[in-house]
Design a binder for this molecule. Sequence first.
Ligand SMILES: NC(=O)c1ccc[n+]([C@@H]2O[C@H](COP(=O)([O-])OP(=O)(O)OC[C@H]3O[C@@H](n4cnc5c(N)ncnc54)[C@H](OP(=O)(O)O)[C@@H]3O)[C@@H](O)[C@H]2O)c1
Length: 340
Amino acid sequence: MQKAICYTRYGGPEATSIVDVPKPTPRAGQVLIKTAAGGLNPLDYRVRLGDTRALIPATFPWIAGHELSGTVAALGDGVTTFAVGDEVMVRVGKRKEHTGALAQYVALPARIVARTPKNLPLVEAAGIPLAGLTALQLLDHLGVTAGDRLLITGGAGGVGLFAIQLAKLRGAHVTTTASSAGEVLVRSVGADEVIDYKATKLADIGTQFAKVFDCAGGDMNDLLAATADGGHIATIAGELTPSVLAGFDVSTFKRYLASAVLWYRSRGVVNAAAARGIHYQFYFMLPDGRQLQELSDLVSEGKLRVVVDSTYKFEDYAQAFARLESKRSKGKVVIEFPPA
Ligand SMILES: NC(=O)c1ccc[n+]([C@@H]2O[C@H](COP(=O)([O-])OP(=O)(O)OC[C@H]3O[C@@H](n4cnc5c(N)ncnc54)[C@H](OP(=O)(O)O)[C@@H]3O)[C@@H](O)[C@H]2O)c1
């Protein structure tokens, strides 16, 4: 058996506790990772609250967490890309191979795992996979290239801080939203212009962007007002569109039903956008070992910085979740596992 931070039912923070669960054995194509640290993400408390139960139905105890760093402890049959002792990180898969990240040992397909950056402590590497991959994949969806003038909302969050840096590496000009508390940080990772979202509505800034990466959600009309006719809004936090289902393993019937519900709920923003030739779409990130290795290499080369808001000991998980759920964290909240 091993210890894991688990949800014991749907509910508030009190639904989380440390539980003894079976230690996994790696199957063919999998690696067994001894966890060093786990990053937290808003998805974690959404799962616990039951917001995602239609697409990710939980069975309890449900091991929490969606990303981790650690050391390869054993290899399943056929794995040749990693060796025991390698330091790795991974966005834990949410398809059939779903397992939570916040356990002492986790077995996962080798294809979604990447080596951690050189000279980066494992505790910091744990903050890369989910937010880093989300930023990379959304910039690809938007086709961000040199010379683009891009709006990224929510720049001081885990995803926003990676998105600003990756967009700057592509040569884009980046405007972002942050409170006065986050302004210095977003500028330090390269933001060219900062809008204090608490003082100014996007509709009032007098600029319209052809490409918008929305990490903040909120008022969709405000977001549309800041988007140029014919532009593209890629959101990870706004109104869900049926495209989100691409990231989930669900039956054909459930997919059809969910698609109809999401189409109905998003038709207001989608139609308002379409009337001005704006493409509005919600994206869900996918685990990808190759892209994660790209991010790792950028960190190794000193081109990408991992911003850690705070780290907590394994037994202090409640404080870590409270920090995450405050929605004020600047960068990643990480839980450090005790050494062997
Ligand atoms: N679809 C996907 O695949 C996907 C993947 C990852 C994340 N997400 C979603 O994307 C969102 C961002 O995730 P995250 O990990 O970056 O969150 P996070 O790290 O928890 O974000 C916290 C930050 O957001 C800032 N913030 C809060 N409200 C804001 C607003 N209205 N405008 C601008 N900034 C605001 C806060 O700054 P201040 O304290 O300065 O206000 C804080 O620094 C969440 O809703 C998350 O669920 C979706």
